[in-house]
Design a binder for this molecule. Structure first.
Ligand code: ZN
Length: 428
């Protein structure tokens, strides 16, 4: 029997641009030692995603535990890897409207992140530059259950059973898929898009210090209409965008000594395009930016607390300023975290040695879903983030010196680049 998918077109990553028509081999959930013993040369292997639900980030597919397995599959000479997404992810895809088959699977990749970028994000953020590994040239895609069932010649119920067994710790053995072939056309897609950052400035009051800056940022883009559904993005990032307007109004009435720049940046969801452009085409000398204060998702979760990302990573002055502002003005339950530090525009500022914090109230069920709507916004929460960030701007803006870079010895000055530039791709 021969099953061939006609030119399943998969925008997988920017490194692989070729067409492969190959035999498939279903491997279940193999251990690494099993993988090392299989003959996979020239085959497209199909494996099951065994990421435990509690470790799974539904918005991202590539779990770092796969790295070693993929590397072994690569060294065994495979021509590509198809990962059958697990049930949790499958139902989440349904919920989010990603009803793709193989072709549309491509769309999913297109709208999210490239593989190497995902690996980078899973890495500890301050890890020194990592070379792209050899296996990065291996086509690797996710497939949905309907596709996997057809490809493997089994029912979706049988597939579901396999996942159930895996959850109970059982191993799903390799199975022959004799004669089954798949054609993958894996291509690089280039698009030229135009968009704008919106920048404003409030001049500082001190004749000398006004030549130094604090940059507030918030991305104003969100996801496009998909399958006829409008993605409102009220929290992500209507909340941050509006908070910046409020802070700008207050700052204009009472500026600190340093000048304040407001940057409503574009294309954050497309891999931080706007902030990347801003920092690579700076309007002011980067070494004169004392700090970046980013706002991304300010209106949900944890009513009584304020969650601030990244304050401890670059400058003890930043951490102290954040804590001082809380003690002096806000008196909130303060939670300092480094979670998701690389997910938003603050990451680009940090990659140029600029101390940064991101006001981020956390993900929720409506994140990147059409139902991220205004009726779910907690406006008191938003207001507390705006006030906190305003006071923080004054605290940092009135200091005698710019914030010290004193935490990571490798980060010695503003304007240098420190992090691996993330691959062009899509950021969520
Ligand atoms: Zn966002």
């Amino acid at each position: 029997m021969s099953t061939s998918y006609d030119s399943a077109r998969v925008w997988c990553c920017q490194w692989c641009s070729r067409r492969v028509l190959r035999r498939t081999r279903f491997l279940g959930n193999p251990s690494e030692s099993q993988l090392a013993s299989y003959k996979l040369r020239g085959k497209i292997v199909v494996i099951l995603d065994e990421t435990p639900p509690e470790e799974q980030n539904l918005l991202r597919s590539f779990h770092e535990d796969y790295e070693d397995k993929i590397s072994t599959i690569y060294s065994q000479g495979a021509a590509g890897v198809l990962i059958v997404i697990n049930e949790l992810r499958e139902s989440d895809m349904e919920k989010r409207g990603y009803n793709f088959d193989v072709r549309q699977d491509a769309t999913y990749f297109e709208e999210n992140v490239t593989r190497w970028q995902q690996v980078q994000e899973n890495a500890s953020w301050w890890e020194p530059e990592r070379e792209q590994p050899e296996w990065a040239s291996l086509p690797l895609c996710e497939i949905r259950h309907n596709v996997a069932a057809k490809l493997l010649g089994i029912s979706q119920a049988e597939l579901k059973k396999m996942f159930e067994k895996m959850r109970q710790g059982e191993q799903i053995a390799m199975q022959k898929t004799s004669g089954r072939k798949i054609t993958l056309t894996i291509a690089e897609k280039e698009e030229l898009n135009y968009s704008q950052n919106v920048i404003a400035m409030v001049e500082g009051t001190d004749p000398i210090l006004k030549n130094e800056y604090i940059v507030y940022s918030a991305h104003y883009d969100h996801l496009p209409i998909q399958r006829g559904r409008v993605y409102n993005g009220a929290d992500d990032n209507g909340s941050g965008t509006v908070n910046l307007i409020e802070i700008a109004e207050a700052m204009a009435l009472d500026p600190p000594k340093r000048s304040i720049i407001f940057a409503w940046v574009t294309g954050e969801e497309k891999d931080l395009w706007g902030s990347r452009y801003l920092l690579t085409n700076p309007l002011i000398p980067l070494e004169k930016i004392s700090a970046n204060i980013n706002h991304d998702m300010n209106g949900r979760n944890h009513e009584d607390s304020v969650w601030i990302i990244g304050a401890r990573l670059m400058s003890s002055d930043m951490e102290k300023s954040v804590i001082d502002v809380n003690e002096k003005y806000m008196k909130k339950s303060l939670r300092l975290s480094d979670y998701a530090f690389s997910y938003s525009d603050n990451y680009i500022f940090s990659s140029y040695g600029i101390p940064t914090v991101s006001f981020f109230s956390g993900e929720h069920d409506q994140t990147h879903h059409p139902d991220d709507a205004i009726d779910l916004i907690n406006f008191e929460k938003m207001e507390s983030y705006a006030k906190y960030a305003y006071y923080l701007g004054h605290e940092i803006g009135n200091k005698n010196e710019m914030l010290k870079l004193d935490i990571d010895p490798a980060i010695s000055g503003r304007g240098n680049t420190y992090l691996v530039p993330r691959t062009e791709g899509i950021h969520q």
